[in-house]
Design a binder for this molecule. Sequence first.
Ligand code: GLA
Length: 347
Amino acid sequence: MREAFDRAFGHSPAVAASAPGRVNLIGDHTDYAEGFCLPMPLPLETHVALAPAASFRARSEAMAATLAFDPYGPPRGDWTDYIAGPLAELAKTGFEVPPVEILVRSSVPAGAGLSSSAALEVATLRAVLALTGQRLSDGEIARLAQAGENNYCGVQCGILDQMASAAGRRGHALLLDCRTNTGRRVPVPSAFHFNIVHCGAPRRLVDGAYNARRKATADAARHLGLPMLRDADASGLAALTDGEMLKRARHVVTENARVLAAVAALEAADLHSFGALMNESHASLAGDFDVSTPALDRLVESARRAGAIGARLTGAGFGGCIVALVPAGLPEWWPGVAAANPHAWLV
Ligand code: GLA
């Protein structure tokens, strides 16, 4: 990136850092209810190089544009907000945030539900901390990245993506407890092969629908007299009389239980139990939480028909990707899926 940085800004970078995108294996729409998730970092990463400068400027190789931005000013409404937001939060905590020029190179597809924004946020924070010689834990970096996205970008996301990117390690899933914001790394046995497939349809209405789901789970907890749905159990849900609220709450409560069961299956190298839990998770996200789409449902269905042990949508839903647990040595799997889903692509 040294040469590219030099071409963009006319001098050498001082530091470089990176952070990965993530796939969530199971446990979606549970993070903002202080529940459990099981993400895994991807080999796809965002790299940033930066150097001190007279003012804040960023260049994205994908966008082929160099833009001025200001973490101390209002958001621009574009990708630079994912750099400015975390830096604004870093400054708020009293850390030094000098003006920098930043070059961004990423292999995480944007808008696919694989946390390209979290990867950019975490890589930016790591690079600025390296530049100024300051230190923060992975959990603190994740919290600042999430706060940047909440407060500066106006996206009411939970902590899943930022924790997966900051605390995830290659070859390990991360059992995330979103109440304590702590993660336990669980080695992924070699028999577990996860394939990620984009359904080919753009994500639609994500922010409004996402915030509505988030509100529905908070409303359900309030009706139950609980701080969060994390504190609910399935038997107590009968107290919810509103049918839609009951379904939303049931997804969160059953999904939390599935995450813990999935970790046990992973630790026992039990492919079939893990796959069955993925299938149940998809049914719950589609039926109770209503975040699937016809394209995602079709893709999940053909992934299974082509031989996947389990398959589910991953991330927020409303488009984007599925994750499938596929037996090793099944070369005909992808051609089978592709034939039935001509717009889909293997990530
Ligand atoms: C998005 C959000 C996360 C999480 C998932 C759904 O990726 O950014 O915080 O809520 O959706 O699990």
